[in-house]
Ligand binder design. Structure first.
Ligand code: PLP
Length: 412
């Protein structure tokens, strides 16, 4: 008899029997409030009836037809629907299965489009675990160490951290942009730089919103140097931050948007979107994978976007996010171990620190485990593992937010 590999490192002892909305019903007979949503995936809550119905119906029609061979209706419908949400001009979409695959597809696209080799990512960024995506990832050593050599042609520039640097935002942004300019002059010149890739809110890197002025500075430099500006919306996109895209906070238009996680409420599908002109610089066969754009996942994606629209879930994420944030802020003063609280919408991070302001991963872990006892599911993140991330479903109710805050307070 096989047993599960020890590298799975399950964060809680919970075994799910079934789940609905914001709640997970476990085999231990307990009902857990889920503020992890499968790491930000079950955007419309667990098993939203519309998503389940769409998937059920699709399973009876066709499960899989690789769309580079024969197209299927759900993917056409998803593409049309996504078009309602994508930034103007990003009118061409390509599908894969996971965030990492889409990240790597965007790297290939930037390189093919520019004929240049290098990609610049930013400290604390998380872009996935496959070797190419891990090469761009600096959200912690566990994502990179032990399987070198990683993909070549990657340079990592400073991210404008305010809390950790102890700087105000303007100082942090000015510093990080100067360092980027220095990098572009000395190490990876524009003639060698194909793309910038950044998350609008650092996800696994600690739930840190990327300052608006930094995203705008990247846009300006990408335009100046003909660099492809890739925004990784895998975790922050699809309403999570209280705007449909995380980069909407900065009012910029990326050249490439990558989306996955929340797109299909738990069915595996990812997409990269770019202008038709840019997308045509990759050639047929250079992108994709066997399961990319799966029909059932695409049908679930159409249903998910429909629910988000009909139930006004981006606005709900904004409102419930404000309630969550206000509740967390009130704990900030009462609990000395909380060093910083930040985020947008329903993507909030609580950073735990020691009395001398060092990262306190042990405390974050203890709080996460105590929350399980309170029947609240939470996740940690951050390069030091000392941040608790709170990612409820986009249709979480006010009562559920209050209940989560009560459980969190008890855990603290
Ligand atoms: N990019 C971001 C911002 C992510 O948060 C993740 C996953 O957490 C990925 C890429 C990789 O996605 P996946 O795990 O589906 O490969």
């Amino acid at each position: 008899m096989a047993t599960l590999s020890p590298v799975l490192k399950q964060a809680t002892p919970v075994v799910v029997d079934y789940a609905a909305g914001s709640w997970v019903y476990a085999t231990d007979g307990k009902k857990y409030l889920d503020f992890t949503t499968g790491i930000g995936v079950t955007s419309t809550g667990h098993c939203h009836p519309d998503v389940v119905a769409a998937a059920r119906e699709q399973v009876g029609k066709i499960v899989h037809a690789q769309y580079t061979t024969v197209m299927h209706k759900p993917l056409l419908a998803l593409t049309e629907k996504l078009g309602d949400f994508l930034p103007a001009g990003l009118d061409s979409v390509f599908y894969a299965t996971s965030g990492s695959e889409a990240v790597e597809a965007s790297v290939r696209l930037a390189r093919m489009a520019t004929g240049r080799p290098n990609i610049i990512s930013f400290h604390g960024g998380f872009h996935g675990r496959t070797v190419g995506a891990a090469s761009l990832t600096t959200a912690g050593t566990k994502f990179r160490s032990g399987f070198s050599p990683l993909m070549g042609g990657v340079h990592v520039a400073p991210f404008p951290h305010t809390y950790r640097y102890g700087w105000d935002e303007e100082t942090a942004v000015t510093f990080a942009l100067k360092e980027l300019d220095h990098l572009l002059q000395t190490i990876s010149t524009p003639a060698d730089t194909a793309g910038f890739i950044i998350e609008p809110v650092l996800g696994d890197g600690g739930y840190i919103p990327t300052p608006v002025a930094f995203l705008q500075g990247l846009r300006e430099r990408a335009d100046r140097h003909g660099i492809v500006f890739i925004v990784d919306e895998v975790q922050a996109g699809v309403g999570r931050t209280g705007k449909f895209w995380g980069h909407d906070w900065a009012g910029i238009r990326p050249d490439v948007v990558i989306t996955a996680k929340g797109l299909a409420s738990g069915f595996p599908i990812s997409a990269i979107a770019a202008s038709t002109e840019l997308m045509s610089k990759a050639w047929p066969g250079s992108q994709g994978g066997t399961y990319g754009g799966n029909a059932v996942a695409a049908a679930a994606g159409v249903a998910t976007l429909g629910v988000i629209e009909r139930e006004n879930l981006v606005w709900n994420a904004h409102l419930r996010g404000e309630e969550l944030r206000a509740g967390l802020e009130s704990l900030h003063t009462d609990f000395a171990g909380i060093g910083n609280i930040r985020g947008h919408g329903l993507m909030q991070g609580v950073e735990f620190t020691t009395a001398d302001n060092a990262p306190d991963a042990a405390l974050a872990l203890a709080v996460q485990q105590a929350a399980v006892t309170e029947e609240l599911l939470l996740l940690t993140c951050g390069p030091y593992g000392n941040v608790i991330r709170i990612i409820p479903a986009l249709n979480v109710t006010s009562d559920e937010i209050q209940s989560g805050l009560t459980k969190f307070t008890q855990a603290l």
